[in-house]
Ligand binder design. Structure first.
Ligand code: ZN
Length: 81
């Protein structure tokens, strides 16, 4: 009977350890999460290249001095069409 109780306690401890290790580490999350710059789930502002008209995310666009968006450095140098 004594061994049965010991076995039950050991079994419970093993189950408890297994359950703990299966869970993600329960650490306090940082107070403010760094928000990703541009998540794929979020809608992105699209702009059209002033030279060729191709649409691209605003984050990837290259703007000239007047703020017109371009798809790349070459088209920025070429200027608006
Ligand atoms: Zn372009």
């Amino acid at each position: 009977m004594k061994y049965l109780l010991l076995l039950a306690v050991v079994g419970l401890a093993l189950w408890w350890f297994k359950r703990r290790s299966a869970e993600p580490p329960r650490q306090a999350p940082p107070p403010q999460k760094p928000t990703p710059r541009a998540s794929a789930a979020e809608p992105q502002a699209m702009v059209a290249c002033a030279h060729c008209g191709v649409h691209l995310p605003q984050a990837e666009a290259v703007a000239d001095t007047s703020g017109r968006p371009y798809c790349g450095e070459a088209h920025r140098a070429a200027g608006p069409r």
